[in-house]
Design a protein. Structure first.
Length: 320
């Protein structure tokens, strides 16, 4: 019987920086005797709002296991290269992600990852290896219903891997994801429950500063006030009586909320803006990569450019 971890390439292996995706990467490496095929690309999409411990974990997986992990980022304004990708996206969109338009995961994670694969000349002829567990099987149908132009593989579902299996694996390892409870994915993601966010703010009072600034500068909120208080109000509540709140979410395996960060959307190729319209790009000279660092076996960094979307705002509109 063929191992579910022997997925034919080319492959996009999304690494969220959590324990489940770390477990998946380890199993893929084991199935390939410790070295992935050259057309298997492990990609971590950096939104700029992850806990620093997530980046430490990503680097440690790369260095300990001798595997390249490409870090991709959505574009920042040319005059503000220090602006984090999430903020740059909000400035470009001119509104906040919300339950009716949850574009953040797609724009910050899926698009840069798919752009990387296309930059290597694969087009849409690749397999997206998704880190959903068997106890998340209900999400598989939702993903397949999107009819993306590339295919998908779900090795953990095929192998029957559960949350308990992932936790048991990491208890046996010499290192682990070391971030405080609840801070997986974006630290104070608007999709996390109110109780959990209040608990996080109570323990780390600085976490809502960026989120409340985005709401203040945009004049809108991530969620309707009747569904969830604005971040500034959450911060006041946490300061006054947050210790009375007990988070509803249980301890988990690093991806603390079903936020759709492993969901995939149909990504249509953007109009080329890099003056390569008249010739075919050579393999590895793709049109659309965000700043990408390579951790692991080869060391150093490789940089790729992901052009800003057509019709992006002028630089004057990008100042925080």
């Amino acid at each position: 019987m063929t191992s579910p971890y022997l997925v034919p390439g080319p492959c996009l292996i999304g690494f969220s920086g959590g324990r489940t995706s770390g477990y998946l990467l380890h199993q893929l490496l084991t199935a390939h005797n410790g070295r992935l095929p050259r057309d298997h690309h492990v990609i971590f999409a950096d939104t700029g709002r992850e806990h620093p411990g997530t980046h430490v974990f990503v680097r440690e997986c790369a260095e300990r296991w001798g595997v390249e992990i490409i870090v991709v980022r959505a574009p920042s304004p040319p005059d503000r290269p220090d602006m984090i990708p999430f903020e740059a996206l909000i400035k470009r969109k001119r509104y906040l992600p919300n339950p009716g338009a949850a574009f953040c995961s797609n724009s910050l994670k899926v698009e840069p990852s798919v752009a990387f694969m296309r930059s290597w000349g694969y087009g849409d002829d690749f397999t997206d290896v998704v880190g959903l567990r068997a106890d998340e099987r209900h999400r598989v149908g939702d993903l397949l219903a999107l009819h993306t132009p590339y295919s998908h593989a779900f090795p953990l579902v095929q192998a029957g891997v559960s949350r308990a299996d992932v936790l048991a694996f990491w208890r046996s390892q010499p290192f682990d994801l070391n971030i405080p409870r609840g801070l997986g994915n974006c630290d104070l993601c608007w999709k996390k429950g109110v109780a959990l966010r209040v608990d996080i703010i109570t323990r780390f009072p600085e976490t809502p500063l960026w989120w409340s600034r985005m709401e203040r500068e945009s004049g809108h909120t991530f969620r309707k006030p009747k569904e969830s208080p604005p971040y500034e109000r959450l911060a006041r509540f946490a300061r006054d009586q947050g210790r009375m709140f007990k988070p509803e979410e249980p301890e988990d395996v690093g991806e603390t909320v079903g936020c759709g960060c492993t969901d995939r959307r149909v990504i249509r190729p953007r109009t080329c803006t890099c003056d390569r319209r008249t010739r075919r790009a050579r393999r590895g000279e793709g049109h659309a990569l965000s700043c990408a660092h390579v951790f692991g076996r080869e060391g150093g960094e490789r940089l790729f450019d992901m052009p800003a979307p057509m019709g992006a705002q002028t630089s004057d509109n990008h100042h925080a």
